[in-house]
Unconditional design. Structure first.
Length: 465
């Protein structure tokens, strides 16, 4: 009943607002976008896709056999759903695989700690390392510390991540995850622990990828792991009361020299403007602890389901080609995104607009653009039905999503369908990223928003550069 009422409301609004929208979006297009959004709200395809991916494949670490099975799954699903030009565009990458991970306070109060090795971490060796703790409140404090305060010790960086709706606290907190191992190495540390880059109070440690500061073979970083928030609190209480706190850490990850990943691509070919591309994406890989339901199984389900509604929308087709890209190896450094941009470098000028769904399954609360300043008003019109569903207009600083980085830098216009991420970082990169955390109605809300945006982008007359 709610869905039917909302569909009627959208159609009535379409009729009443037709004179307020630019001539490039006709009243007929407005009505069709509203109809598609209403139909998407009543459909559960996105949820069924996420259920299938997380159940039949599970965790999908970049470059592994599991990620290969995810690509095979995607090709089967996209082909069965009727998309055209379904293919895998492969690329090579080094492969990091998690090993044993253990940590414990050895003095003054012996007890185990819950950790997760950071992606790209080196190994401690089979015997682990033990040393006195050198604690810092931030990466900057570690960088400013003298070598004598760090050398031969295990570094602990206890910086808390701020919970926000838009996830802006993540970029600040993630700096320590990316760089702590290398800064600690420069000062002679044995290993480094960071407070998890997350907002959960549960005893899960959040993994995530490190970043190299240089290309030097010697710049490997010290063994590095994230510490669960309750254990970080526990360690901090002991540090406040006692000097000479000692830890033991065992990490045995393996860095393999080469592996294969790939981007899965599918299309709805356009009609009179088939050479112009509207790209919608998500990433197919995940970390290896949970089943990758919110990061980014939800995005995979959202963009495929939205495109499927367009595929069966009826006569007339789409003026522009809609291209789905399920990126590989996002989690380990946007490797698939870079491979796509390089492979399609000669045709990036034909990409009219692009966006990625990679922030879970929370409802969309804002529509941002990242286009030429003269085109902002036209680009905001693509979100007209998203605003009717409760979202607000945003700014013109959209990134489009992580995998849009290289497209954006090449001049491809982007938009951001901003999801409510208030609890996203409770689950992100943890064993708790599982299907039960997804609300099917929220997922359908996303599909409805995406299908309305993509339909208008594929049929409108505007360019956004």
């Amino acid at each position: 009943m709610f869905v039917n009422r909302l569909m009627v409301t959208l159609l009535l609004v379409a009729a009443s607002m037709s004179t307020a929208i630019a001539q490039t979006i006709s009243p007929q297009m407005q009505e069709k976008a509203a109809q598609l959004a209403g139909e998407a709200l009543a459909d559960d395809l996105a949820y069924r896709l996420v259920e299938s991916l997380t159940t039949e494949v599970g965790p999908r670490l970049a470059g592994t056999e599991a990620e290969k099975r995810a690509r095979q799954w995607a090709v089967r699903k996209l082909s069965a759903l009727g998309f055209a030009n379904v293919r895998v565009e492969p690329f090579e990458l080094p492969v990091w695989v998690r090993g044993l991970e253990e940590a414990a306070i050895t003095a003054p109060f012996p007890q185990p700690l819950v950790i997760a090795a950071l992606g790209g971490s080196t190994s401690t060796g089979p015997d682990g390392v033990e040393g006195e703790v050198a604690a810092f409140t931030s990466l900057a404090d570690l960088a400013a510390a003298p070598v004598s305060a760090v050398q031969g010790k295990i570094v602990f960086i206890d910086e808390v991540m701020t919970r926000t709706q838009d996830g802006s606290g993540y970029s600040v907190a993630a700096v320590k995850r990316r760089n702590a191992a290398y800064t600690a190495q420069q000062k002679g540390a044995l290993a480094v622990l960071i407070r998890s880059v997350g907002t959960s109070s549960h005893r899960f440690a959040h993994t995530g990828q490190m970043r190299r500061l240089t290309d030097s073979a010697a710049d490997t970083g010290v063994p590095a792991a994230a510490l669960s928030a309750p254990d970080a609190d526990q360690l901090q209480r002991i540090l406040r009361a006692h000097d000479g706190v000692r830890l033991r850490i065992l990490l045995t990850p393996e860095q393999r020299p080469a592996g294969t990943s790939g981007n899965v691509v599918a299309e709805i070919p356009g009609t009179e403007a088939a050479g112009e591309i509207v790209l919608i994406g998500a990433h197919l890989d995940s970390w290896d602890q949970g089943t990758g339901a919110i990061d980014d199984g939800a995005g995979v389900g959202i963009v495929i389901a939205a495109a499927r509604h367009l595929l069966v929308a009826g006569p007339g087709g789409l003026r522009r080609t809609v291209r789905i890209v399920l990126f590989g190896a996002e989690e380990v450094g946007l490797v698939g995104a870079k491979a796509y941009a390089q492979r399609h470098a000669q045709t990036l000028s034909q990409h009219i607009i692009a966006s990625e769904s990679d922030f879970g399954a929370g409802r969309i609360w804002r529509f941002d653009t990242g286009v030429d300043e003269a085109r902002v008003a036209a680009a905001q019109e693509l979100g007209v039905w998203i605003r009717q569903m409760g979202a607000g207009p945003g700014d013109n600083n959209a990134t489009g999503g992580p995998d849009m980085k290289y497209l954006r830098e090449a001049g491809v216009p982007v938009v951001g369908l901003r999801q409510n991420g208030w609890d996203y970082f409770d689950l992100h990169h943890t064993p708790n990223d599982t299907l039960d955390k997804i609300d099917p109605q929220d997922l359908a809300h996303n599909v409805a928003a995406w299908v309305s945006f993509v339909y208008l982008a594929a049929n409108g007359g505007e360019y956004y550069r």
